[in-house]
Design a protein around this ligand. Structure first.
Ligand code: ZN
Length: 260
């Protein structure tokens, strides 16, 4: 890992467009200072204006949740304050009874997108990452209303370990995607079973809101979440989640209690 701070103030929407990314790509990595071993990795994109997420986007997960296959994408938001680094601790919020994991392919927007045609959507994407859409099922499903309550606590959106630019990912719809809890593999899917593929999601969302450079889209989770287990498995302090996507790296978080 190398230090880009001599070239950019930060990695955010200002540098994620095609011009910014090709400037970065032109830098010879060996000319950059090395990052000391053990340095904490923060989230790979900063100043994220919004996190938009898609619910039930894997056909096999919709079956597991016992919910009908959606005929249009189910859209919800996560508070941007839920973002944390890829190896930071995940803190169970006060009153948490049913916190759960969801490995997801994260899509980072590079170019302002409004009324985009799906056939053109790839142009608006900067790259991809691994994300954990942590979800408190009691807040999400049993305390009536929007899912946002169960999705937005601090540390509920670890992502990384880095941003993989789209030129490194020839086909985002054919990537192994998995999650292990304490070494046991619970999620073991492939992005090929997404109901709505990445380009269709970007096009669809851009009909309802302007996607800004640096925005993060979570594209849904494959089967194997805790509340789909019989009996359900919920996160406890001390659990370690390890999750990855083929070609995009691996991230890991330990679960801790709210410190009070
Ligand atoms: Zn999710």
């Amino acid at each position: 890992m190398r230090d880009l701070s001599g070239h950019v103030r930060d990695i955010d929407g200002a540098i994620l467009g095609p011009d910014g990314l090709s400037e970065l790509a032109a830098i010879e990595p060996s000319t950059l200072p090395k990052i000391p071993e053990g340095t904490r990795l923060g989230p790979p994109v900063s100043n994220v204006s919004k996190i938009v997420a898609i619910g039930l986007n894997y056909s096999d997960h919709a079956r597991e949740a016992g919910m009908p296959m959606p005929d249009e994408p189910i859209v919800f938001m996560k508070a941007p304050s839920s973002i944390c680094g890829p190896f930071d601790k995940v803190i169970l919020p006060r009153g948490s009874e049913k916190s759960d994991w969801e490995v997801e392919l994260g899509v980072v927007i590079g170019t302002r997108a409004q009324y985009v045609n799906p056939s053109d959507a790839i142009r608006y994407i900067a790259g991809y990452c691994v994300a954990n859409d942590i979800s408190e099922r009691h807040f999400q499903l049993e305390r009536s209303g929007q899912w946002v309550k169960g999705k937005s606590a601090d540390t509920f959106c670890p992502f990384g370990p880095w941003l993989t630019t789209k030129d490194e990912v020839p086909d985002p719809q054919y990537l192994a995607i998995w999650l292990e809890l304490d070494g046991n593999r619970y999620q073991d899917g492939n992005t090929s079973t997404m109901i709505f593929p990445v380009t269709q999601i970007v096009g669809y969302l851009s009909q309802f809101m302007t996607l800004l450079p640096g925005d993060l889209i979570l594209t849904g989770t494959p089967p194997g979440v805790g509340f789909g287990m019989k009996p359900p498995i919920m996160l406890k302090p001390g659990n370690v989640m390890r999750l990855g996507i083929e070609g995009l790296g691996v991230i890991e978080q330990e679960v801790v209690a709210w410190p009070d």
